[in-house]
Design a protein around this ligand. Structure first.
Ligand code: SF4
Length: 195
């Protein structure tokens, strides 16, 4: 679905598989007021606008930006690493919440309380590096009853875990999760950015 990305600069995490390292430094972006950001969005509007990063919630004005976008777009999404409190996100915003696995190198950053207050329209995204991550993720899904609360997506670290293997594990376990592929890498190539 066509989607406009608003990518906020800066991230305090250092996932081993990060595919947007260019957005990690806080000074990789420019300071802009909400009016300037909103004016720069494409017209006609895309069906979805997604606020992402870096880690968007690391910026204190992120929630105010979401509040500005809600009346303008029928579908506003926020993608977050799951390390920050999500309780103040406007209800109209659908959240894509990462759970960081041991293989990511950032498992200690998970804010587990978030998994107890998930809005119904949340998508949980778990990027897996290997079979051990998959087994760990299954335990987390069961512990927090995630499948009955929201959509759960599993994806593979590019070049590290083969999607064929992950597909086989999911089918074997009859696990009610969706396998997510990084479509932009299949379509435009793994190194292409800004697509
Ligand atoms: S949270 Fe996202 S942007 Fe930050 S290091 Fe991890 S993958 Fe990269």
């Amino acid at each position: 679905m066509p989607c406009t990305f608003i990518r906020l600069a800066g991230c305090p995490l250092r996932c081993v598989y990060c595919d947007t390292p260019q957005a990690i430094p806080l000074d990789s972006g420019q300071t802009q007021g909400f009016e300037t950001i909103i004016k720069s969005l494409p017209a006609p509007k895309t069906p979805v606008v997604l606020v992402t990063g870096g880690e968007p919630l690391a910026q204190k004005n992120c929630i105010s930006l979401l509040e500005e976008l809600v009346p303008l777009y029928s579908h506003v999404q926020l993608e977050t690493a799951g390390a920050y409190d999500i309780s103040n996100i406007p209800k109209a915003v659908s959240i894509i919440l990462d759970i960081k696995t041991p293989g990511s190198g950032e498992v200690e950053r998970n804010r587990w309380q978030n998994l107890t207050i998930l809005p119904k329209n949340t998508e949980i995204k778990i990027v897996l590096t290997d079979r051990a991550d998959y087994e760990w993720a299954k335990d987390v899904i069961q512990k927090y009853d995630l499948i009955n609360q929201c959509s759960v997506l599993m994806s593979c670290t590019w070049g590290s875990l083969n999607p064929k293997d992950l597909a086989a594990w999911i089918v074997e376990d009859n696990l009610a999760v969706r396998l997510q592929l990084q479509l932009h890498k299949y379509i435009w190539g793994a190194e292409e950015t800004g697509v």
